[in-house]
Design a protein around this ligand. Structure first.
Ligand code: J9Q
Length: 249
């Protein structure tokens, strides 16, 4: 899978792309990430990418010409590229969106600045994505999150043979097997630390009991912390009834 990133800060991506999962996925050739300086597609001596807004007001707006020329080159007809703009008014990014994007051969990620991009650029964009309702200086941080979330779903990137884009992996966090619930609590050694003990069931050796405890923890934690997830979570009818009851006495 190939990612092309269009940004005024191409070096922003250097360390993250050279670290951890993204480094490994690039090294083995499962993904390619090319970061392009938007100023490449300017023609004036100062490589200007922004200008004052028509109608007045504070801040600057990114000019359309460099974006159109960049997209002519990177996402022209027949390129097969899917063009994404990262912007605060986009559709909320989630695991389902990551799985959908992971089915593409080529993604072009356009990093705008907070003040905005000339509206006409959107005529060349397939979808607009936001990480959530908070303010970033620009789309770079959001693009990086999208790259990491999508890359780890590319078959072979995870250290196992599973197809990461299978339906069971596309709906959720995977701690519950990808069924849309929050993860259960995890512990490692020591079994007792500063008076805090690991739950006995996890040390019992009873694999069935461990699985039931983890499932119950996932369900209860989701009810308490993220009840909104339960609408789409793959809970059983019995678990739904249990969840509707609220906290146990
Ligand atoms: C480009 N705030 O914020 C959250 N997701 C994306 C963004 C964003 C922003 C400003 C510019 C993206």
């Amino acid at each position: 899978m190939r990612f092309d990133v269009i940004t005024i800060f191409p070096r922003f991506f250097d360390t993250p792309l050279d670290t951890g999962l993204l480094y490994k996925a690039r090294e083995v050739g499962l993904i390619t990430v090319a970061c392009h300086d938007l100023r490449t597609w300017t023609h004036d001596r100062h490589r200007t990418v922004d200008d004052a807004p028509f109608g007045g007001g504070a801040g600057m707006v990114m000019r359309p010409e460099p974006w159109f020329e960049a997209l002519d080159e990177l996402a022209g007809p027949g390129s097969g590229a899917h063009v994404v703009l990262l912007a605060p008014d986009g559709a909320r990014f989630d695991q389902r969106a990551a799985a959908r994007l992971a089915t593409r051969q080529r993604l072009v990620l356009c990093c705008g600045r907070y003040e905005g991009v000339d509206e006409r650029v959107r005529t060349r964009v397939d979808e607009v994505i936001s990480l959530g309702d908070f303010v970033l200086a620009g789309g770079e941080t959001a693009a990086l999150a999208v790259i990491e979330a999508v890359a780890r779903l590319v078959p072979g990137v995870l250290g196992n043979a599973e197809s990461a884009t299978d339906e069971s992996f596309s709906t959720a966090s995977e701690g519950d097997g990808g069924l849309g619930l929050l993860e259960y609590p995890q512990y490692t050694r020591p079994a007792s630390y500063r008076g805090l003990d690991v739950p006995e069931v996890l040390r019992s050796g009873d694999h069935g009991a461990v699985a039931r405890w983890r499932r119950a923890q996932s369900v209860e934690r989701t009810r308490r912390l993220r009840p909104d997830l339960l609408a789409t979570a793959d809970a059983t009818d019995q678990e739904r009834d249990r969840l509707a009851e609220g906290p146990r006495a």
